[in-house]
Design a protein around this ligand. Structure first.
Ligand code: CP
Length: 332
């Protein structure tokens, strides 16, 4: 049985097949693979795009989706094996995953890090627990990576750029008042490297480097593709000649769980906002963001409202790529 947990588990050729299917679905191909099937979606964190696009996608493929928010309308769930469950949780993932597998044909899980100890969060235990106990395919709806967002970004870039090989993608950290999940940044890094981009990672200081698992995966991909991975703190050289600027904010991993100590570092980096002057350095580059985005904090109005911004296309493409993923998982 195949799951969709991280694109590290999928070859570029397999992902290209999913993207080709997504392109056909966007062009009007009618899929019926979910007829009489049900998608169970567990959201431990809020969502607009993921929830809406999966519910609609399931319906468009002839099926149905059930959304559950554990701890809010559904029982809070415990995950640790061997736990004496005398706390707040009313049931264990062992029962939840097996019961949902009797009702549903695919299970999706969104579970952000707890933001206390990265050495724990990087194990992705909530998602992996569902995989361990479920008897149906599991989709990552964003945990420590966001693979559905990766495919939506790649579909959008293929639409705009044609081939992605040899193009320059800048992944820029950008200011946000809170320390956010590294998932989308990890994802943008690994998928851009896998799809043949020369990748530049711009971040304010060394503390904002991403987890070694993803840095090393990107290094391996660019080496395989004959491309480069550049890490820089210099804004001008990072933006110069970029075909794509992808922005995301994230918390510095060395300060995980000690966010008050990270705050001064973050507050010194407000100038890393994406604005027109920086975009001009690209010489006509595209801009995108996974959304939601805080206007004039992470990115200026002028950039978000410019023709260079393809974030709304990327959001639409979530629907098409997720339908392709669902088709692939239920066909197996
Ligand atoms: N980009 C994304 O996953 O959006 P939501 O958090 O709204 O689902």
């Amino acid at each position: 049985m195949r799951h969709f947990l991280t694109t590290l588990d999928w070859s570029r050729a397999e992902l290209e097949t999913l993207l080709a299917d997504a392109h056909a679905l966007k062009g009007g191909l009618a899929g019926t693979e979910l007829a009489n099937k049900t998608l169970g979606l567990l959201f431990f964190n809020p969502s607009l795009r993921t929830r809406t696009s999966f519910e609609i996608g399931a319906r468009q493929l002839g099926g149905a989706a059930v959304v559950l928010e554990p701890g809010k309308g559904a029982w809070p769930i415990a995950f640790e094996p061997g736990l004496v469950m005398d706390g707040e949780e009313e049931e264990h993932v062992s029962e939840v995953a097996r019961v949902l597998s009797r009702y549903c044909d695919v299970i999706g899980v969104r579970a952000f890090p707890k933001f206390q100890d990265w050495s724990v969060d990087r194990e992705d235990r909530v998602l992996r627990s569902f995989v361990q106990h479920a008897t149906v395919p599991v989709i990552n709806l964003e945990t420590i990576t966001h693979p559905c967002q990766e495919l939506a970004l790649m579909l959008t870039l293929q639409e705009r750029l044609g081939t992605t090989d040899g193009k320059k993608l800048l992944l820029t950290w950008t200011y946000h008042p809170k320390p956010l999940n590294t998932a989308v940044a990890n994802s943008a890094l690994i998928i851009a490297a896998k799809f043949g981009f020369d990748v530049t990672l711009l971040c304010p200081t060394e503390e904002y480097l991403l987890d070694a698992r993803y840095m090393n995966a990107a290094k391996a991909s660019v080496a395989e593709n004959g491309r480069t991975l550049t890490v820089t703190h210099d804004i001008a050289s990072a933006y110069a000649g970029a075909h794509v600027v992808y922005a995301k904010s994230w918390g510095a991993l060395p300060y995980f769980g000690r966010w008050a100590e990270e705050k001064p570092l973050r507050e010194r980096s407000k100038h890393v906002i994406v604005d027109e002057a920086k975009m001009a350095l690209t010489g006509g580059g595209l801009f995108s963001h996974c959304l939601p985005v805080r206007r004039n904090v992470k990115v200026t109005d002028a950039v978000l409202d410019s023709p260079a911004c393809i974030a709304i296309d990327e959001a639409e493409n979530r629907l098409h790529v997720q339908k392709a993923i669902l088709r692939a998982l239920v066909r197996r």
